[in-house]
Write a protein that binds this ligand. Sequence first.
Ligand SMILES: Cc1cc2nc3c(=O)[nH]c(=O)nc-3n(C[C@H](O)[C@H](O)[C@H](O)COP(=O)(O)OP(=O)(O)OC[C@H]3O[C@@H](n4cnc5c(N)ncnc54)[C@H](O)[C@@H]3O)c2cc1C
Length: 403
Amino acid sequence: MTATWSNWAGNVVARPRAVVRPASIDKLRRAVREAAARGDTIRAVGAGHSFAPLCQTDGLLLDLSLLSGLERVDPATGEATVLAGTRLHDLGEPLLAAGRALANQGDIDTQAVAGAVATGTHGTGRKHGSFAAMARAIELCTPEGDLVTIDGRDPDRLRAASLSLGLLGVMTRLTLDTVPAYKLRGRTRPLPFDACLDGFLAEETARRTAEFWWLPALDQCVLKTFDDTDAPIDRPETPEYPPGTLERYLKPDAVDWSWRMYPSVRTTPFVEMEYTLPLANGPDAMRELREMMRTRHPDCAWAVEYRTQSGEQSLLSPTQGAESVTISVHQAAELPWDAFFRDAEVIFLASGGRPHWGKLHCLDAAGIARRYPALDAFRAVRRALDPAGAFVNDHLAELGFAE
Ligand SMILES: Cc1cc2nc3c(=O)[nH]c(=O)nc-3n(C[C@H](O)[C@H](O)[C@H](O)COP(=O)(O)OP(=O)(O)OC[C@H]3O[C@@H](n4cnc5c(N)ncnc54)[C@H](O)[C@@H]3O)c2cc1C
């Protein structure tokens, strides 16, 4: 008997032979061992928020939502060990109780910690890294059902495991770097396109973080900045406005704990393509994208998001060690996106871009190999941990990860 599973956006549907929600790590180990012995493809799922078919399998889909919680905060280093299925929104409160917080977060906080780390999920800013960069130790379940811990004692394997797309095994526990708990002051302001783009890097340098959205229907930008503050909490309630409107992005000034400030509410299903580009190529790519959307896809009203990232060391990091910008295009999940995303991708690729692994892209194995010089090193670690390819699904095989 097969089950049906679909991701958050509804664009990926899978019919696994079984969906298992283990209530303990021992039960997870048994499920992995038995599925591998049967020759099933095993994929783990966090919150199913990836747009790419990473979690697709006709074998075993492992849902880690019952393996959740903060286990400990090391008093000496501040490093936090969490169970892999912990949702990001369940981490803020217990970390605050320990006086700690994550140094950065992305647009939402519904993802599982393992899913966020496995895909290199990131917020904005060159001063603080992605979830993959926060990983200090990762406990994995191998196809044999054994637990293996990869940490800083083996930095090469940690560079592989920290952004591994579920290819090295099922993560059961992760230890993340944290920082002392902090509050943020959030500000947004509308700006004309050229003024926003031209002044963006100076603004981003002066702030803890900065990003902007370009709203195609209005040809206007909204710049959003976060600064550290000791001011008292002041958080006006704002509803979720429709995509593409100014009100969705333009918010009253607010102060709150970091983990309450980072996430936005995103309930309208959409699909997304995001590319990471060398920092210097961002402005020209953004100008070209705007021109392309205005001339070829004037009906695409969803905002384009422009962010920065620090250079990161994970073997599969789309930054490949260099400071970068990321540009994301969106479309309502029920509308056609293919032609628009393909046109955007031409611009991103010509600008030296690499795709976000959790989002949509059209690259094949040759395209991935050209852009990832450390791919062979990653594949060697994968082969050593999973020689039979139990964790490689069709999508990842098409990207060259079966080798
Ligand atoms: C509304 C929305 C907003 C988003 N905002 C951002 C953003 O601001 N920044 C950004 O970078 N991305 C963003 N994303 C993309 C999203 O963060 C990533 O795709 C992320 O992986 C989703 O986490 P998840 O828990 O849903 O993982 P899933 O989609 O469930 O899984 C992602 C990958 O992780 C693997 N995985 C999950 N759990 C385990 C485990 N225990 N062991 C091994 N592998 C595992 C899966 O096999 C898969 O390969 C957004 C997506 C949506 C839908």
